[in-house]
Ligand binder design. Structure first.
Ligand code: AMP
Ligand code: MG
Length: 323
């Protein structure tokens, strides 16, 4: 299959493919998604095949307005509308009880469904022009680093999907916060850009992904996501990063600007100097680094204030190996 890669002028074509039961890759503010009509079982099957995604990992359904939620979820609690009001469109996925309109394949057999309103003009216009809700996971081969640029999608999926719409680099660069609203107290299943404090402030309370009381993990979290193609470890100090660098051939150090400042002439990738810049850049940094280098050293973000979601992703990339 030939894969067309082009800009927003392809939105109409993309919408027509979605209506015909095809799959299309498109940008969102978090990462690129691979979408199909959430109502079409055969179309959704194509997503699992193209990605090689395990069938027991549910997909998030993307809508353009809270009004669309009533077709997809049932018994929607007031908290959902409060959160949509504050955070949507944006990087927050709400897990709600599923309606029968959505085939089981979308939710991997779960009786719940994840819903999100992406904050990206191309994504919203694809939803509106197709007149459908889009089931869409990240547009990468399963287990690989999530794509934050159209070229990342192309490298993983060309030949497997008909169309990639390029909307430039994703502005957030890390996946949405997944919040389960079907329990007595809402639970964060996957940490993300929107913090537990922001959620608690809006709806009273939430069980933090970090807290010991959390028993359920978002099903997708058990798989080995975010693995670069070469060895990847983390380092607590710049000194230990430099020591590792000197011991390994063709290495690179990824870190905040202040962390990499004193690395001398060693190869470095500056992630930024605050959590949102670092999250925006991390997947691109990993993708670029694995192509050019054979050993990746990343600053350890363990226990650094504001970096919990980033640390969560990186601990998978490094398999928790820290020097
Ligand atoms: P991806 O789009 O590839 O980033 O993956 C979607 C994430 O949302 C995975 O971690 C899923 O497990 C999670 N998710 C989607 N739907 C549900 C649901 N109904 N219940 C719990 N987690 C969900
Ligand atoms: Mg993913």
């Amino acid at each position: 299959m030939d894969t067309i890669l082009g800009g927003p002028e392809l939105i109409d074509y993309g919408a027509s493919l979605i209506k015909k039961g095809e799959i299309v890759a498109f940008p969102t503010e978090t990462v690129y998604g691979l979408g199909a009509s959430a109502y079409n079982e055969d179309a959704v099957k194509k997503i699992f095949i193209a990605k090689g995604r395990p069938q027991d990992n549910p997909l998030i359904v993307h809508i353009s307005s809270p009004i669309d939620a009533a077709e997809i979820a049932i018994g929607i609690p007031d908290e959902a509308y409060v959160l949509w009001e504050i955070f949507s469109p944006g990087p927050l996925t709400l897990v709600l009880n599923k309606s029968n309109n959505i085939p089981d394949i979308v939710t991997a057999g779960y009786k719940t469904v994840g819903l999100r309103i992406p904050n990206n003009e191309i994504a919203l216009s694809l939803i509106n022009k197709s007149g459908l809700s889009l089931a869409a996971p990240s547009a990468n081969i399963s287990g690989r680093v999530s794509p934050t640029e159209a070229m990342h999608v192309y490298k993983d999926l060309h030949g497997r999907i008909p169309l990639i719409i390029d909307g430039g680099q994703c502005t957030i660069g890390i996946e949405s916060t997944v919040l389960d609203l079907t329990k007595n107290i809402p639970i964060i299943l996957r940490p993300g850009f929107i913090t537990p404090e922001q959620i608690a402030e809006s709806i009273g309370k939430v069980i933090n992904h970090k807290g010991e009381i959390i028993k359920a993990e978002s099903p997708g979290m058990k798989y080995s996501h975010y693995m670069p193609n070469c060895p990847c470890v983390s380092a607590v100090t710049t000194d230990s990063a430099c020591e590792l660098y000197d011991k390994n051939k063709n290495a690179i150090i990824l870190g905040t600007n202040s962390f990499v400042e004193s690395c001398g002439s060693r190869a470095v990738f500056r992630l930024g100097d605050n959590p949102s810049d670092c999250m925006k850049n991390i997947f691109k940094a990993l993708r670029d680094s694995e192509e050019l280098y054979s050993f990746i050293i990343i600053e350890s973000f363990r226990d650094k204030h504001g970096y919990f979601a980033l640390h969560n992703r990186l601990s998978k990339a490094t398999k928790g190996i820290t020097y």
